[in-house]
Design a protein around this ligand. Structure first.
Ligand SMILES: NC(=O)c1ccc[n+]([C@@H]2O[C@H](COP(=O)([O-])OP(=O)(O)OC[C@H]3O[C@@H](n4cnc5c(N)ncnc54)[C@H](OP(=O)(O)O)[C@@H]3O)[C@@H](O)[C@H]2O)c1
Length: 257
């Protein structure tokens, strides 16, 4: 694979960093020159990574091209580039369907959508892939977990989950803030919360047969403190409101694509 990126921002940087942290990894990578500082930084760090003079040079020099620009830039830039029918284009632009991408890039036969997360930089976290593609699944599988889906509607539904990161950290911040208000030293509280939720985060993968409902029940000892918080949040409608927010994000994503 000779891999190119159109758009060298946060996500491209994370993918290249994750890829190049693999032992013995020698895939040649060609970056488009914007963002100049990020592209130059990656090329300086990794011997097989170089910065092209422009977007067209990335296409001319590569067989697999990841599209990692923002949606509006994609609309402005992609139609002016000359793609080849044999390019494999992997769009990371969450809001565009495969058909919309295909309409912008002309004769390309193979278009795949992929949705990685920033933790790919440390080779963790899932990447959703549509349509299933063994080569792209193998690529992202080395950088975390590849999850292939058979329909774009499944892809859209899964991508709703990526809207919950900030709320997750707000949840942790609420616990941390409460601990501080009750006399726990700030750094100690942070350490405790980070370690606690790091360990809890392992539970679903450590017990793959347990549903999340089962785990919730397991951790809510009858009459215990976990059960009390769970019941109170449930009675206050917290989870129903959360589901409504997910529904709103889904409507937004499906309206955009
Ligand atoms: N970040 C994530 O975690 C994440 C996750 C999933 C999907 N995505 C999707 O991935 C895409 C990129 O996201 P991002 O977070 O990496 O955005 P970003 O950090 O803003 O990167 C986009 C890059 O595109 C460059 N660019 C602007 N105009 C260009 C042009 N004409 N030709 C080539 N490159 C150009 C920008 O350079 P300048 O800085 O010089 O303007 C910028 O470095 C978006 O469509 C986003 O929806 C991102």
């Amino acid at each position: 694979m000779k891999l190119g990126f159109i758009g060298t921002g946060a996500l491209s940087s994370a993918i290249v960093t994750g890829l190049k942290s693999l032992p013995g990894e020698a895939t040649a990578v060609v970056l488009s020159p914007r963002n100049e500082e990020i592209a130059a930084g990656l090329a300086a760090r990794f011997p097989d990574v170089r910065v092209a003079a422009g977007n067209q040079e990335v296409l001319d020099d590569c067989d697999t091209v990841m599209l990692a620009v923002r949606p509006q830039i994609a609309r402005d830039v992609l139609p002016g580039l000359r793609f080849r029918p044999d390019h494999h284009v992997v769009s990371l632009i969450a809001t565009f369907s495969c058909d919309e991408i295909a309409a912008m890039i002309g004769p390309v036969k193979r278009v795949t959508k992929a949705l990685p997360m920033p933790m790919i930089a440390i080779r963790q976290g899932p990447t959703i892939i549509f349509p299933p593609d063994p080569e792209i699944a193998a690529f992202f599988g080395r950088l975390g977990k590849a999850i292939e889906v058979a329909s774009e509607s499944e892809f859209d539904a899964l991508s709703v989950a990526t809207a919950t990161y900030a709320s997750y950290f707000k949840y942790l911040e609420t616990i941390h803030g409460w601990l501080k208000d009750h006399g726990v030293e700030e750094a100690k509280g942070r350490d405790y919360v980070a370690s606690l939720f790091g360990a809890l985060g392992q539970a679903p993968e450590a017990t793959p047969d347990a549903s999340f409902a089962h785990l919730a029940a397991d951790y809510a000892t009858r009459g215990g403190i976990n059960e009390q918080v769970l019941c109170e949040l449930t009675e206050h409608g917290t989870f129903e409101r959360f589901k409504e927010s997910l529904g709103g994000i889904h409507r937004r994503i499906t309206a955009a694509s």
